[in-house]
Design a protein around this ligand. Structure first.
Ligand SMILES: [Cu+2]
Length: 225
C-alpha cells in the first residue's frame, strides 16, 4: 500500500507529545482526521508490537510500564512508531526468498525493515505471552483486505529461550503452510499443535499478501503451559 498510514500514525504519536505541551498543530489534526489506508498483523496470539499497542496504546506515557512490561517499555523507548504502526511490519519485493532477505537475529523486525523502526522487536526478553493449549487458531487482522497467497506458521523448537536468544531460522519448525485466502479483514489459520513444547515459545507467521509482493513477518509470544 502507501505510506499514508505511517504518516497518520506518526502524526498521532507526535500529536500525543504535542498534547502534553497543550498545543496541537492544525496540520496534525488534519492528518489525524484523514482515513487510514492500512495493512495488518496477527492480533491473536498477539504479535509483539500489537500486544504492546493493545496493552499500552492508551497509556503509553505511564512509567509503570518499565516494571510491568519491560519489553514493551524498551520498544516504546526505541521507537514509538513500532507500536503506532503495528500493522506496517512488512517488506516489499521479497521474491519468496524469506531466508535470503531476513538475516538470523532479525526475524521479528522483518530484517530491520522500514529503516529499523521495528528493531526493538528482535530484543530477547520477557515478552508477555498468550497461553496456548492443544491445537490453536491464529487470527490475522487485515485492515486493507490484501488477501493472502499463503501463510506459513513456524514455532520455536523446544529448548529455544526467548528471554536470551533473538530468533534465527534454525530455531524454527514449520508447522503450517496454507493455500490462498480471498481478500477479507479477518483470516483464521488453524494450527496443529506439534507437541513437545512447554513454556515460552515464539509463533512466527509469514503472510504473503496478494495485492503485490508484500510480506509480513510477525512474532507472537505464547506459553504452552
Ligand atoms: Cu498493506
Amino acid at each position: 500500500m502507501n505510506n499514508s498510514t505511517d504518516t497518520t500514525t506518526r502524526t498521532t504519536a507526535l500529536a500525543a507529545r504535542a498534547l502534553t505541551l497543550t498545543a496541537v498543530p492544525v496540520l496534525a489534526m488534519t492528518a489525524m482526521a484523514a482515513p487510514a489506508s492500512a495493512h495488518g498483523s496477527v492480533v491473536d496470539p498477539a504479535s509483539r508490537n500489537y500486544g504492546c499497542y493493545e496493552r499500552w496504546g492508551s497509556d503509553h506515557l505511564n512509567p509503570d510500564m518499565a516494571q510491568e512490561d519491560p519489553m514493551c517499555w524498551q520498544a516504546w523507548q526505541d521507537n514509538p512508531n513500532a507500536m503506532w504502526n503495528w500493522n506496517g511490519l512488512y517488506r516489499d519485493n521479497v521474491g519468496g526468498n524469506h531466508r535470503g532477505q531476513i538475516p538470523d537475529g532479525t526475524l521479528c523486525s522483518g530484517g530491520n525493515t522500514e529503516g529499523g523502526r521495528y528493531d526493538s522487536l528482535d530484543t530477547p526478553g520477557e515478552w508477555k505471552t498468550t497461553p496456548i493449549s492443544g491445537d490453536f487458531t491464529i487470527h490475522l487482522y487485515d485492515q486493507a483486505s490484501h488477501g493472502a497467497d499463503y501463510f506459513q506458521v513456524y514455532i520455536t523448537n523446544q529448548g529455544y529461550d526467548a528471554t536470551t536468544d533473538s530468533l534465527d531460522w534454525g530455531d524454527l519448525q514449520l508447522v503450517e503452510q496454507t493455500g490462498s485466502y480471498a481478500p477479507a479483514n479477518d483470516y483464521y489459520i488453524d494450527v496443529d499443535n506439534p507437541g513437545g513444547r512447554s513454556g515460552h515459545h515464539v509463533v512466527f507467521t509469514i503472510w504473503q499478501a496478494s495485492h503485490m509482493d508484500q510480506v509480513y513477518y510477525l512474532c507472537s509470544d505464547v506459553d504452552f503451559g
